[in-house]
Unconditional design. Sequence first.
Length: 180
Amino acid sequence: MSNIETSTTPAINAQVQVAEVAHASMCVRNNFEQLAIERETWENTTYRTSNEQLYALLQKCFQTYQAMTGTEDEASALRKGLNDYINTKGYKFNTGTHTLVKIVKCVFGADRRFARMYGGYGYLTWTDNDDIPNSYSALGYGGQAIVWSATNDKYFIVFSNNINPPEIHKMARLWLQSEN
């Protein structure tokens, strides 16, 4: 009888191991499916709402910038108020730093995520772009880029999984400066 038990034990052990691996695989698959469902819920609720709030805040930054452009007394007073706020906070800017970059710094503070592209916030908002004169740009998190001319009605829009800003700038500069 011990011979029979000895000869069947390796086969039973192999079946148990296969079953354990299959069970572990199923558990991992179920875990990832549950995590994907949770990610979709987050994406459709908290993340969407957060992005909407960010867009609204950035729109207000841009509106503030637009109100500061011009020569009238109100625009001049707003620029003076911005400079006073900058001095109060102790922020330091280079001489050529664009006003919109200063506004974003005042709103978002020291968070570097909001000041990395184009010398300004370039992450879901508008920035003056020295690489492409007389243009404004927006660079999105997922690889989107929009560049538009300040001197004509041309726009350059890119959707890419692998965005390369210098390459985008070169293509946009050629398109925006072309005669057609």
